[in-house]
Design a protein around this ligand. Structure first.
Ligand code: GDP
Length: 374
């Protein structure tokens, strides 16, 4: 680089820049640092002291935020050593869990879920509740969270002392994310959070997964064209306890009211997922706060009715059993596909299938036989 291209102390122009070019080509050059050896530490990085099972447990029970966050990190770890330790911690925390109201919130990106969680969350904290917000988003591990981008979500809520926000664990299939989220709920409840909100951004399978771990499931929609009912999967409505038409404000209010009428009608033809509870469609605006308190009142009513009827407990027990079977299924699958003999057989079978020389049913039988005859 020649001196004439140096425009100030630290602003340079690259060599290829035309002679008489202006400041638009200026670039800031940061001097590189030579790495001298393995022992060089990242500046400011401090290695965290390993905690014992006792320290994790007592930290969570005292609602120490740092230890609670570290416990969740331990759960999210994929290492065998961490897995064993996390299971020990969870076993000890389990008796203190189960006391929160678990709420699932779903809807397509842009429907206003995070704005709604922010508005509802701040209201709940104002009412004296302690709130944990978790997300289940298997796509974030693939897209590296591109749905959320760099946008700071729930900015006000994240500054609240009584709120704990934890994004989806990264790296993994939905099954893994689901197990970790269930365990994270246990940690949050043991730490004394009395409402756990679980947000999901996926469409399809992740909704079913979240439904299997919450008491109340809210679907957030926005008004759109007349044929919007076709756009939303009927299946998601079938698992919802309430539908909220968000963005019911300004010029959009009238359109939102029309959508409310349509969805209310559609809900009448759907078999309710919760006994003694008829799902309804509500209007709200996460931006102005309109209808948000009403949503919360409905959730409280739901809790009261289902607790009185015994359905709340019944569903929790069924969910625990489902959790057991999910773990078993995952374990069996993992064992099967990690088996060396099975892996060799899969290579052979794949080629036979491609050539059309074996029936899929025979192929599956052969693979299972390989696995079980060990
Ligand atoms: P998410 O992807 O479902 O979490 O949606 P966001 O909460 O990020 O909201 C998407 C966009 O809609 C943002 O620009 C919000 O400001 C806007 N938004 C959210 N809720 C409302 C609302 O009630 N009214 C209006 N007018 N805009 C809203």
């Amino acid at each position: 680089m020649t001196d004439k291209k140096k425009t100030s102390q630290d602003s340079y122009k690259p060599d290829w820049v035309p002679e008489n070019a202006g400041q638009e080509f200026a670039t800031k050059v940061v001097k590189g640092k030579r790495i001298t050896g393995k022992t060089e530490k990242r500046q400011g990085a401090k290695k965290l002291r390993t905690l014992s099972v006792d320290e994790y447990v007592s930290g969570v029970l005292k609602c120490d935020r740092t230890i609670t966050a570290r416990t969740i990190t331990l759960i999210e770890s994929n290492s065998q050593e961490h897995f064993e330790k996390s299971q020990e911690v969870l076993k000890r925390l389990l008796p203190y869990s189960g006391k929160s109201l678990r709420i699932g919130i779903s809807g397509i990106p842009g429907a206003g879920k995070s704005t709604l969680i922010e508005t509802l969350g701040c209201d709940l904290i104002g009412k004296g509740y302690k709130l944990a917000v978790l997300t289940v988003d298997p796509s974030s591990s693939v897209s590296k969270g591109s749905i959320l981008g760099d946008k700071v979500r729930m900015e006000k809520l994240s500054r609240e002392e009584n709120c704990f926000i934890r994004p989806s664990p990264s790296g993994g299939i939905l099954g893994g994310v689901a197990r970790k989220t269930r365990e994270t709920i246990t940690v949050c409840e043991a730490a004394g959070f009395d409402i756990v909100l679980i947000e999901t951004m996926g469409v399809g399978q992740s909704e079913i997964t979240v439904r299997s771990m919450v008491d109340f499931f809210l679907l957030v929609l926005i008004s759109g064209g007349g044929d919007e009912l076709q756009g939303i999967k009927r299946g998601v409505m079938e698992i919802s306890d309430a539908v909220a038409i968000n963005k019911a404000d300004g010029d959009n209010l009238e359109k939102a009211k029309l959508s409310q009428t349509e969805y209310s009608l559609a809900l009448k033809y759907i078999k309710p997922i919760t006994r003694n509870w008829e799902p309804k469609c509500y209007l709200c605006s996460a931006l102005t706060g309109y209808g948000v308190d009403n949503l919360w009142e409905e959730m409280k009513k739901f809790e009261k009715i289902t607790k009185q009827s015994g359905f709340f407990e019944e569903r929790r027990k069924a969910q625990s059993l489902e959790w057991v079977f999910t773990i078993i299924e995952e374990n069996l699958k993992e064992n099967f596909y990690n088996d060396k003999a099975v892996q060799r057989e899969i290579t052979k079978i794949t080629s036979l299938i491609h050539k059309g020389e074996i029936l899929p049913t025979t192929a599956a039988e052969k693979l299972l036989h390989t696995y079980y005859k060990k």
